[in-house]
Design a protein around this ligand. Structure first.
Ligand SMILES: NC(=O)c1ccc[n+]([C@@H]2O[C@H](COP(=O)([O-])OP(=O)(O)OC[C@H]3O[C@@H](n4cnc5c(N)ncnc54)[C@H](OP(=O)(O)O)[C@@H]3O)[C@@H](O)[C@H]2O)c1
Length: 165
């Protein structure tokens, strides 16, 4: 059984990763932002003693810095940095807001590296030592035929691809 840490686990792809890993018998540490109370995760935890829920807001550097305390030094075998936001849908020339752009860069590009830095000792202690960072083909330079979408594209290009432990 591996211990898998997943961020943004309360909905979307992160929730599905959580469900499928639990079904495989893995131990899952699911990090979520407490906006809606994470109803699905609360239901899952009742039926799955190998699931632990932790709170994390990656837009908040203090929340990132405090996160390892919640893990209490537990080894993490697989880290899935799943959190990502699209930001404003209309980020075309003439409509881009610097504040919104920087907010998206913080979540998609800066936070994954900061989070990995603060978790490095737990990650080094893990058996598998696999780090997975979700990104998007919107971050592909080769695939960018139609331009636009500056905010999400730039934050996807600059997401972490690999880190050496
Ligand atoms: N869906 C796609 O078609 C697609 C395609 C390519 C890449 N991706 C990438 O795949 C990943 C997951 O996508 P998705 O479609 O599952 O996204 P989603 O349904 O919008 O879910 C995003 C998750 O990130 C969390 N999140 C957002 N801001 C956060 C913050 N500041 N701190 C902590 N958690 C935060 C959300 O929590 P809240 O519920 O609290 O907001 C939610 O759990 C993203 O990195 C995305 O860029 C998705």
């Amino acid at each position: 059984m591996a211990t898998v840490l997943i961020t943004g686990a309360n909905r979307g792809i992160g929730l599905e990763f959580t469900r499928q890993l639990l079904a495989r018998g893995e131990r899952v540490v699911a990090a979520y932002r407490a906006v809606d109370g994470a109803t699905d995760l609360q239901q899952l935890v009742k039926a799955n003693p190998q699931l632990t829920l932790l709170q994390l807001d990656v837009a908040d550097n203090e929340s990132i810095a405090a996160f390892p305390k919640q893990l209490q030094g537990e080894p993490v075998d697989i880290f899935i940095n799943n959190v990502g936001v699209y930001g404003p849908r209309d980020s075309e020339f003439g409509k881009v807001s610097g504040k919104e752009w920087l907010d998206v860069l913080q979540i998609n590009s800066v936070a994954p590296l900061l989070l990995t830095q603060v978790l490095i000792e737990c990650l080094r202690k893990g058996k598998d030592r696999k780090l997975l960072y979700l990104t998007s083909k919107m971050g592909s330079i080769a695939d960018n035929g139609d331009g636009g979408h500056y905010v999400y594209r730039s934050s996807s290009i600059s997401r972490i691809k690999a880190i050496s432990l």
